[in-house]
Design a protein around this ligand. Structure first.
Ligand code: KG4
Ligand code: ZN
Length: 348
């Protein structure tokens, strides 16, 4: 059965190579490959990542069509992540999508990576068109917590307005840095949170900027405090195998400090708008403690709470495809999130 028209979506902004095919209301096929070679370097090596995207992307797209039985003639649009992200990586996705769309003579659409993350929350089991799922939830407050960004956004049908953002490190970034200090390879956020799930948050760490009225955040002081606590507990010297509970309690205390800070800032964001819907998204939205805490807060305050399924928390092309369908149906009326781009095609 044909699901035409279809959008092919490409994501290559960092270390995930991903492609997906979506109809106006359904995910038809999807594939994500996570590059493993960065783990030993403690972070993503941009040049290595870009080359790997270049090597894999064409075969991944070909395999996606072959395994799903979809045909390129059924495509109505090619969507790709245009930023923010690593410049070389973005270029690979951009030129691949450009080549394909021009050879098929169909539109090419660049999608903001953060808009993609927002749309990941709509990848549910509803039968509605993607754009109707989005329309139903506007206006809403969105918290994006990823490796490169941490910000609250007020999303309406017309625009995304930033309510507050981190002034220094992103939440995913400090998860990865503290995880690295504990001996985990990059990205260590998920490993740290696994440890934290077996611990008690009994150690005191700061909740930065919670007394300030604004929605802005700052996490670098918490990172330093966590480092000092780690040394004070002697964890940098003790054999990890012999002190598992201590490590779990340390991880839980760190995670709880972040969670409490996000909770306070969510309350501030809610106070500033009249939205009755909250959306949590970005790689760190896979964190169980943060998910539970924010969900319970919303329940208590009568606010509808949406979060992506675990499989869609991290970078993927499916969310880029949803964003493309939403933009297509709403005739591009929404403005892209107005956030600082770290390094993107726009900088070249
Ligand atoms: O959104 P994402 O996949 O990539 C960016 O756009 O940055 O986010 C990746 C980030 C990494 O920092 C990773 O450690 C973090 O999400 N992350 C987690 C968890 N799973 C992934 N952080 C905390 N707890 C988790 N369970
Ligand atoms: Zn991301």
């Amino acid at each position: 059965m044909s699901h035409a028209p279809l959008i092919l979506a490409i994501e290559t902004s960092c270390d995930e190579t991903a492609c997906a095919i979506l109809s106006k209301d359904e995910v038809i096929a999807e594939c994500v490959y996570t590059q493993a070679e960065h783990a030993m370097h403690g972070g993503v090596v941009p040049e290595v990542a870009a080359r790997d995207h270049q090597k894999r992307l064409p075969n991944m797209v070909a395999d996606l069509f072959k395994s799903s039985g979809c045909q390129v003639k059924d495509l109505c649009e090619v969507a790709y992540t245009h930023g923010p992200g690593l410049a070389g990586c973005l270029l690979v996705g951009h030129y691949y999508a450009l080549g394909l769309s021009s050879s098929l003579n169909i539109p090419l659409r660049g999608i903001h990576h953060l808009e993609g993350h927002i749309m990941s929350a709509f990848l549910d089991d509803s039968a509605l068109d993607w754009s109707d799922r989005f329309k139903l939830r506007c206006p809403s407050i969105v918290l994006i917590v990823s490796g490169g960004h941490t910000l609250f956004i007020h999303a309406t049908l017309k625009s995304y307005q930033t309510l507050g953002e981190t002034r220094d490190d992103a939440v995913g970034e400090i998860f990865d840095k503290i995880a690295r200090m504990m001996g985990y390879s990059y990205p260590g956020g998920a490993a740290l949170s696994k440890l934290a799930s077996k611990g008690t948050p009994q150690y005191s760490l700061p909740r930065p900027m919670i007394d300030s009225k604004c929605v802005d955040m700052s996490f670098s002081g918490l990172k330093t405090a966590a480092r000092l606590l780690y040394e004070r507990l002697d964890l940098h010297r003790l054999n990890p195998e012999d002190h598992i509970q201590l490590r779990c309690d340390f991880a839980a205390s760190f995670e709880q400090a972040i969670t409490d800070t996000l909770l306070v800032k969510l309350a501030r964001a809610v106070d500033q708008t009249d939205s009755k819907t909250f959306i949590l998204c970005g790689g760190v939205s896979a964190n169980v403690r943060i998910r539970h805490a924010l969900m319970s807060w919303c329940l208590e305050h009568n606010i509808e709470c949406l979060m992506p399924k675990m499989a869609y928390c991290g970078d993927n092309a499916t969310m880029i495809g949803v964003a493309s369908w939403v933009r297509r149906d709403l005739n591009k009326v929404i403005e892209a999130p107005a956030v600082r781009l770290r390094a993107s095609i726009d900088d070249l």
